[in-house]
Write a protein of this length. Sequence first.
Length: 619
Amino acid sequence: MTQPPNQPPQGGFGAPQDQPPQGGFGAPQNPDPQNAGQGTPPPPAQPPQAPPPPQGAPQSPPPPQGAPPQNPPAPQPGYGYPQQPGPYSQPSPYGQPQQPGPYAQPGPYGQPQQPGPYGQPGYGYPQQAQFPGAPGTPPGGGPRNPFKGKPAMIIGAALAAALVIGGTVWAVSGSGDDDKKPVVGKSKDAKPSADDEPVNPGDGDGNGDSDPEDLNAGRQAGESKVLWYKEAPDAPGSGADAPGQWVTDKTAVKAAYKQLFAYNVSDGKPTWPEITFPQKICAVTPQKTADNKIVVAYMDGVSERANCNQLQEIDLNTGKKGWKEEVAEGELFDSTLQLGLTISGDTLMVARSQSGTAYNVKTGAKKWDKKKYGSACFPSAFAGGSKLIAVSSCAASTDNEHDEVQELDPATGSAKWTKKIPKGWQVARTYSVDPVVLYLTNEDKKQWNISTLKNGSSTVRSQVDVDESFAPECGWAILSRDLQGCQGVAVDANTLYLPTEATTGANEVVAINLETGKEKWRTKSPLDESMLPLKMDGTNLIAYVQPSYDAGGRIVSIPTTGSSHTPKKLLQNPQGTADIENGFYSKAVDYVDGRFYISTTRLNGNDQSKEKLMLAFGK
């Protein structure tokens, strides 16, 4: 279906709308390849008071990559084996064009991309992202709660943890553990006691001895309790980022504006003094190393020309600062205005706008550079974990413009394989790096696609071929792609787990066979609120059921083997904290050792009301 003349695009974030953006981490729709399934993204729930845009945020930015579109197209067959055109068929990036079906709708990328930071077309596809409060953004706009987003349409290879995970998204990006898929482990700490009262050190500087606000008041039998909670530190009136959330067997660590806070997982008391950086934090590694280290990047100044180029290693368990390095500026138009950080083994990969540099994550020593190659191919984004994936923009502004995906050797930077993505398609997210699962979008055709590649190869293993609208949730990509910025997707060796869009009532989680792209089974949310996959725990899938006005959120375990896939309740959060769970403009969540952690990833800077930074729930 084409857009009516002179009408605003039906696409994703950034497009003029009468309603708040339908954002969220989105499941790509099938652009083409055979068996690539397409789905219409669900409308996002309107978030509570949205935080103001970061200082210096671009005006009237285009929709973030991977952001779910409005009125997305219905799922359609993707590229793969030749198929007969059907009612949902769409042109395939890897095959012969198919006749558009009657259900084709505009996708998430209804707006053209903007020029790069220097006024030139960015080879790395730098984009301006919309922030709450930015011109053209409706009140409350922006990405929805991490578990309420529309899927974006994409075809190709993508997604590393955002889930977000550094190596996978929540199961690939976000809460992954180093190079491994997120797995619930055993804690060395005593399990939380029901007799313990929650503690609150206020802005993170306190000792946790007082609890000015009893969040457990009115808690009902069978509900979990707030083990501890923290209030957010002061932030500029324009708001500030609070990226990342890392949990070890001892410590829960959270970044906020210029600081890094650490809390004991059992009682919430500070495990080490907060770290204050000279300038605001601008990037973090979504994953941690095997020995619980992370790398934080912060700005080198406060002016509009300041760069995100200061790297600092931190030990999560002790707060000890390790090595420190400054990222060198690249060539013309290859800036460090914003960095992308990810870890693969002992390699820290740092992405500029058009190139990348690898460091030894243990020592900070430079290992190698990933620069322009081939026919004007500029590496612009990386996804880490058990594998290191690079996405490059090639031959920009020419008839041969396209994306390329490579698996790199973390030790040397050499490419193990290269996959050329058909013209018109962009790799927006990586839902997993092992196996490689890519979420692709075609802005011109308003289509999306999810493709899985064979292990160690550029060959397409399958494409999602499910007639469904999926709704994972993804964050904003500001000046570059954020391959690992999604939550609500989980992946194991042979199965992809995606949440469907809930138009009314409960949604479902669909298990998709990575060999065929076909649906294996699906299970319905136990409540009328949406259920989002988080991570794998052995053969069980851990999922988060969003809170409602009269009930807190719920953590459930879903058997992925056998004949029954009915969700089993692990934790039921108290009704008294439902508003807090729903109140974060955007958030990070994790379930580790029987405790549920939730934190905001964006501070609103409103001094009139003290906002929460992080909460921990348990039995």
